[in-house]
Ligand binder design. Sequence first.
Ligand SMILES: [Zn+2]
Length: 193
Amino acid sequence: MLLEGNARFVHGERLHPNQDADRRSESAPRQRPFAVLFGCSDSRLAAEIIFDRGLGDLFVVRTAGHVAGAEVLGSIEYGVTVLGAPLVVVLGHDSCGAVTAASEAERSGAAPAGYLGDVVERVMPSVLAARAAGLTEIDQFVDAHIRRTVTGLVERSALLANAVSDGRCAVVGLSYRLAEGTVSRVAEYGLED
Ligand SMILES: [Zn+2]
């Protein structure tokens, strides 16, 4: 459903599903999102727009560089275990500012001030691992960070790991291209084709 919606968005054929008054009243008593979308906060990554979905479809959690602290993990666990979403999507994108900032901090040795430093600190291991693997481009770091975020969610959240091993939930990593509007799958856990 997400990939179909993204294809409609890319081709300028959006259907705007589940965005009318009927859907609003039908979904008001109870939400049953079909996916938890955990993405970067980038203003060009608006989830319901780029996947052409509507109300009640996506349980959205977004932070700069899709970094996951305790509240983020709890929100994702809520989407999966309480709301029953069968899919968690990690959504990153090319030219990500958080990944670029981490790359620059690694090069200069100077972390940004304030809580920005916490964001950079959480992206840094992905940048270090990517560099150690011989990667050099920001967009390669981005995909490495998406993969690492997918793995990290399953490793850190026992509730999510249980849902994956029970077959109740899958986790996928998608990489979005800002100019084209397309997504490609760069990681997956527990997905049946
Ligand atoms: Zn970003």
